[in-house]
Design a protein around this ligand. Structure first.
Ligand code: ZN
Ligand code: ZN
Length: 374
């Protein structure tokens, strides 16, 4: 009696997966293209025979009880030996499990659309109506693909198996291979009268409106997933998902950085010197900002909680107001006299200025420029 376990190099308690793996490994090593010669070919036949027995649970069980389906003879293949696994091992064909007619029904594709929203919607969230074009189930045939009242008939080319077998000559003699039936595209049956509305695919494209709840805090690039709102699959297959990619339109006044907003506020020189209360527009409406006397150019006033909602967690970012102190450029005679008097009283009639490193001013500027540039 042949010792098939030794031929494959596996233990007697090896799992079916281990047996398959061991066989594939040996089959690759012994393939006549890799390893020519009568010896390798004989060895190849031996391990293939061993696999034919051990790879089949019923044959393996009877072999374990002492019955060898080959009756001790080596080299001759019995009836019903399938070569699918040999073909798999060499040609990377389909897994042995994927045989027989395939299902018409398939899951549909995911869909992606872009949605432009304005900054207030990004800040607070809101409902948006989307128009989407996707495949939906054909209402005429309810996804079956056949005209109402008609059906399918078994494919007469493959007799419903979905695959046709072919005999090929090989170094092992004649080998049976199978490939999907072209007449029925592997389905095993044929739709006799395809539905006119969907050309027999069971789905049609339509445009529909969808209401999307945009959460506060989204930013450009945020994707919102809507389960099952993508393309319906052929023949009533489960729909894919719809992804909505957010694009936030730039705002005239506010620049976003993370969940903070930034803006500039022009302040007259006199207001900066004397202090003032100025109105500021925010996304929440107007508020008032108090400037201390002696406010300097480039100073910022943070307005806590007036920025963008945090997408995850509570609360909101800030609105940072950058003060832009304006020096008057046109003065009438009275104003010039007043400023001259001010200069004199401050001992600044012949100013000398005070030298300092450029770092301070320059740094502030470049920070702000960087914010605006984003
Ligand atoms: Zn239809
Ligand atoms: Zn067929």
């Amino acid at each position: 009696m042949n010792d098939y376990y030794t031929d494959l190099g596996v233990a007697r308690e090896a799992t079916p997966e281990e047996i398959k793996k061991a066989y594939r490994k040996k089959a690759r090593q012994l393939h006549p293209d890799v390893n020519p010669g009568a010896e390798a070919e004989a060895e190849f036949k031996r391990v293939s025979q061993a696999y034919d027995v051990l790879g089949d649970p019923a044959k393996r069980a009877s072999y374990d009880r002492g019955q060898d389906p080959y009756g001790g003879a080596t080299g001759g293949f019995g009836q019903g030996f399938t070569f699918s696994d040999i073909m798999d091992a060499f040609f990377g064909g389909t897994a042995a499990g994927a045989r027989g007619p395939r299902s018409r029904t398939q899951r549909g594709h995911d869909a992606l659309i872009r949605l432009d929203i304005d900054l207030p919607t990004a800040a607070f969230g809101g409902e948006q109506t989307l128009q989407i074009d996707t495949a939906v189930v054909c209402s005429t045939c309810s996804g079956a693909g056949a005209q109402p009242g008609s059906g399918t008939r078994t494919c007469d080319v493959c007799s419903g198996r979905g695959e046709v077998q072919q005999v090929q000559r090989s170094f092992l003699g004649q080998v049976m291979t199978s490939r999907p039936c072209q007449a029925c595209r592997g389905f095993g049956d044929v739709i006799e009268h395809p539905c006119f509305d969907c050309s027999g695919e069971g789905r049609v494209r339509t445009r529909r409106d969808l209401t999307l709840k945009v959460p506060g805090g989204v930013d450009t690039g945020t994707r919102i997933a809507l389960q099952g709102e993508g393309e319906v699959g052929p023949y009533g297959g489960e729909p894919g998902d719809l992804y909505v990619e957010i694009q936030v339109e730039p705002h005239d006044v506010f620049t976003r950085r993370g969940d903070d907003l930034h803006c500039t506020l022009e302040v007259p020189m006199t207001a900066a010197a004397l202090g003032a209360t100025l109105p500021v527009e925010t996304l929440d409406g107007p508020v008032e900002v108090d400037l201390r006397p002696g406010t300097q150019p480039g100073q910022t006033v943070p307005l806590a909680g007036k920025g963008i909602s945090h997408l995850r967690g509570e609360g909101r970012g800030d609105l940072v107001v950058h003060l832009d102190v304006k020096v008057p450029t046109r003065l009438n005679d009275t104003q010039r006299d007043l400023l001259a008097q001010l200069a004199e009283s401050r001992g600044e009639s012949s100013p000398t200025g005070r030298m300092g490193a450029a770092g301070g001013v320059g740094r502030k500027h470049s920070l702000w420029d960087a914010l605006r540039g984003r």
